[in-house]
Design a binder for this molecule. Structure first.
Ligand code: PEP
Ligand code: MG
Length: 594
């Protein structure tokens, strides 16, 4: 028997067996505060500067060997290096050591707090985001001072990364070639760690609350990305069992991969478009390799995060046009900026919002920053001249919001026309349905746009009132809740009545337990992470529309999520035993109640 088993939420499937290495643990909850004598001021200041320079060295070397898969993140490191060199941080902390006679940790904490106080009140979200980068960097320096963090993988061989939490900045610091899997104490089902892990094709677990207490650096662990657990110090039998499972998993992946270029068509001839969700343009190769028929959701936030300047129109237009041209004639749907909430800026809390998920995010943020929005709209419109480009707006709550967003797009197009720049005036315009309000007025919204894309990650969050990034309420994240299913169906029906396309791009689209139900609703298109496409296409190809419709009828007749889970589990396991062996489902395995 393993010495301990830590449970968490699987966000990327597969198995890994190897050594656990912590890149960060919850640290410096208590910053030591000491007054120091005059004779210690100089050595203390030197210790501070050394910690800054050590972190700078770590970052510079990570930047120089950044792997191709994560090249788009290089600017994160550049911006962090600039923060380390900025006298407002190191200089201010050093001054506190000299003027106040305090230790380096205290001085650093004070310098950061002052910066947060000075800039945190400003109404400029951009500056407040930069403050979060300052916090990331000061945390690293603090960890150096305290000697509590390992920032480099100075280990032999490949390892399983453990962390309190992983931000994109943490991830790019790692040598991806050495990573077999991730496990973090924090995070929910749709957090960033999962997205990165799926991009890299490795298993990952989040919300494993006991990780930091039960796993030691260097422990041998099994990361079970199917069952959602970490086995610490496994015995011989467990090792043999999981080695066997890992082999079977590889076999299975090879098999599903073979059919992934075939169309997603049921036995009785119903065709679903299967598109991909991407965060980085580098993922295009994975989309095409895995049989993606286009891009159903390009999350454009990444080009904006973790850099000191904002991308300009030409930079974005070049990038977007490249994507449109590479994918042409396949579809590419650009989602306009969805900054805020969980989009990687919450972890340091610099945003002064009690409820960021319900705060200034997505379309609301863009409307308050019209110049930034227009720059992106012009860039997307320019890309429309190079391929099959659509645009969609996130977090739409009402008619006025769509109309105003569309008016902004028209303004951007008018400017392009005046500048003599090319664009497709008929570019389809869609919206994401992520709020219960949008569900309720779907038939009205359908008259304003060319398509809907249902964002279930947020729709579930707002419908069930659970923070998608909060591990404590993760057990309530139930895609098969009767309210969620009725919402999705209502939106699909409203779209069809208005003669527009209904698509779904939340994580539900990669859940084999959910996809047959979506098909029963006659969803036109699903969009999911590239790595999940082969398995889902295989499920669709083995399905019959008649069975999906009857499953939908049965599911809608159930009154509790527990009943639906049981029904779906039994029906789908029965039909696809092989597919589901290795599937880490959104459907909760432990809790069939409710
Ligand atoms: C969603 O909310 O379902 C979605 C696809 O968007 P994101 O995960 O980027 O919020
Ligand atoms: Mg969303």
């Amino acid at each position: 028997m393993a010495r301990a088993i830590v449970r968490g939420i699987s966000v990327s499937t597969g198995f890994a067996i190897g050594k656990a290495v912590f890149v960060n643990r919850r640290h410096h909850a208590e910053v030591p505060r000491q007054s120091i004598g005059l004779s210690l001021v100089e050595p203390e200041e030197a210790r501070l500067r050394q910690a800054f320079s050590d972190v700078e060295g770590d970052l510079a070397s990570a930047r120089d060997r950044i792997p191709a898969e994560l090249a788009e993140h290089r600017h994160i490191l550049e911006s962090h290096l600039m923060i380390l060199k900025d006298p407002k941080l190191c200089g201010a902390a050093a001054k506190h050591i000299r003027d106040l006679g305090v230790n380096a940790e205290w001085a650093l904490e004070k310098a950061v707090a002052e910066l947060e106080k000075a800039f945190g009140q400003l109404d400029d979200l951009y500056i407040r985001e930069r403050l979060q980068d300052v916090r990331v960097m000061s945390d690293r320096v603090m960890a150096r001072l305290l000697g509590t963090v390992r920032t480099e993988l100075a280990v032999e061989g490949r390892v399983i990364i453990m962390a309190h939490d992983l931000t994109p900045a943490d991830t790019v610091m790692l040598e991806v070639g050495k990573i077999m899997g991730f496990a973090t104490a924090q995070g929910g089902k749709t957090s960033h760690t999962g997205i990165m892990a799926r991009t890299l094709g490795i298993p990952a677990l989040v919300g494993a609350g006991e990780l930091e207490e039960l796993v030691g650096d260097g422990d041998l662990v099994i990361l079970d990305g199917v069952g959602g657990r970490v086995l610490v110090d496994p015995d011989e039998d467990e090792l043999a069992e999981f080695n066997e499972l890992a082999d079977q998993f590889e076999d299975y992946q090879r098999r599903i991969y073979r059919g992934c270029q075939l169309p997603a068509e049921t036995i009785d001839g119903y065709r679903v478009q299967v598109l991909a969700n991407i965060e980085l343009i580098e993922e295009v190769a994975a989309v095409l390799d895995n049989g993606g028929e286009g891009i159903g959701l390009y999350r454009t936030e990444y080009s904006y995060l973790n850099r000191l300047d904002l991308p300009g129109e030409d930079e974005l237009a070049d990038k977007y046009s490249d994507l449109a041209a590479i994918m042409s004639p396949r579809k590419v749907i650009f989602r306009t900026l969805d900054l805020g909430a969980d989009k990687f800026i919450t972890s340091f809390g610099a945003l002064d919002e009690a409820n960021p998920a319900m705060g200034l995010r997505a379309i609301r943020f863009c409307m308050q920053h019209p110049e930034l929005f227009k720059t992106q709209l012009k860039a997307i419109a320019r890309a429309s001249a190079y391929g099959n480009v659509s645009i969609m707006f996130p977090m739409i709550s009402g008619l006025r919001e769509v109309r105003r967003a569309k008016a902004k797009l028209r303004e951007a197009q008018e400017e392009l026309r005046a500048e003599g720049k090319r664009f497709n005036a008929d570019m389809p315009v869609g919206i994401m349905i992520e709020l219960p309000a949008a569900v309720m007025i779907a038939s009205m919204l359908a008259e304003e746009v060319d398509f809907f894309s249902i964002g279930t990650n947020d729709l579930i969050q707002y419908s069930l009132g659970i923070d998608r990034t909060n591990a404590h309420v993760s057990y309530l994240y139930q895609p098969l809740h009767p309210a969620v299913l009725r919402s999705i169906k209502h939106v699909v029906d409203a779209a069809h009545q208005a003669g527009i396309e209904a698509s779904l791009c939340g994580e539900v689209a990669s859940d084999p337990f959910c996809v047959p139900i979506l098909m029963g609703m006659q969803i036109d298109c699903i969009s999911l992470s590239p790595q999940a496409i082969p398995g889902i296409k295989r499920i669709i190809r083995q399905a019959r529309m008649s069975e999906c419709k009857s499953l939908l009828r049965d599911v809608l007749a159930c009154r509790t999520v527990g009943k639906i889970n049981r029904l779906v589990r039994d029906t789908i396991f029965h039909k696809y035993p092989e597919e589901l062996n290795f599937f880490a489902s959104l459907l909760d395995n432990d809790d069939l109640g409710g």
